[in-house]
Design a protein around this ligand. Structure first.
Ligand code: SAM
Length: 206
């Protein structure tokens, strides 16, 4: 089996702290992660914690320029698309070498910004009916396409509640993979960042 490549096409204005943590996690887990369509100005200013992660590459070209010109190459790219008609299956590991994701933070309700990539005509596959964070979508894709475990056999945690202390908790409106410790798998530092953002939102009210 050819080594798989995981591409996130940068679609947001900035590269926020959440995305940085997600991308570090994706690079570590996959060992072959490309962040495409990164403006030159942003490429010069990417945080070292991300650029020094083995397996991470930043690409200024968009995925269409890299893979869209040659039909044979394009046919090996799979867009993970919440609106695709077909679910990702273990057999797709033989059909595709490159898995493409939208570089968009999750939103509730989802605004279907993956449509910006759908328009480019890559073959789409869905990872079930629930919105996942980008690093979760990559994790689930690897489990299905590389480990050959069907989507419905994966243990998920839907909309988990993160309990910060006795009084504070927040519900995450996404689907996660359940870790061996029974908790949702998240990037290192994410729980702390979510708590900080929640505290800031409360402070901003006053
Ligand atoms: N709310 C976003 C939208 O409007 O499209 C989805 C953002 S999601 C956090 C980031 C990326 O993860 C998507 O662009 C898609 O590639 C992938 N993704 C997340 N959940 C998915 C699902 N259930 N099926 C397929 N892809 C998914």
């Amino acid at each position: 089996m050819t080594a798989k490549r995981y591409i996130v096409e940068h679609l947001d204005e900035e590269l926020g702290a959440w995305s940085q943590l997600e991308y570090i996690k994706i690079a570590r887990e996959t060992g072959n992660f490309c962040l495409s369509s990164i403006p030159d100005s942003l490429k010069q200013n990417l945080p070292e914690t991300l650029t020094s992660t083995p397996g991470f590459v930043a690409e200024t070209r968009g995925v269409e320029d890299v893979y869209g010109q040659d039909p044979a190459l394009k046919a090996r790219v799979c867009l993970l698309d919440p609106a695709a008609a077909q679910e990702l299956s273990p057999e797709d590991g033989e059909l595709f070498d490159v898995f493409l994701f939208g570089g968009i933070l999750g939103d509730d309700p989802p605004r279907d910004r993956t449509s910006e990539l759908r328009k480019k005509g890559f073959t789409g596959r869905r990872l079930g009916p629930k919105q996942m964070t980008t690093d979760t979508a990559v994790r689930v894709t690897r489990i299905v396409a590389e480990k050959k475990i069907p989507l419905e056999k994966i243990e998920y945690l839907d909309f988990p509640s993160l309990q910060f202390n006795e009084h504070e908790s927040t519900e995450m409106p996404f689907r996660y993979v359940k870790g061996e410790d029974g908790k949702p798998i998240m990037p290192d530092g994410m729980v702390e960042l979510i708590k900080k953002d929640a505290d800031k939102a409360i402070d901003d009210l006053f």
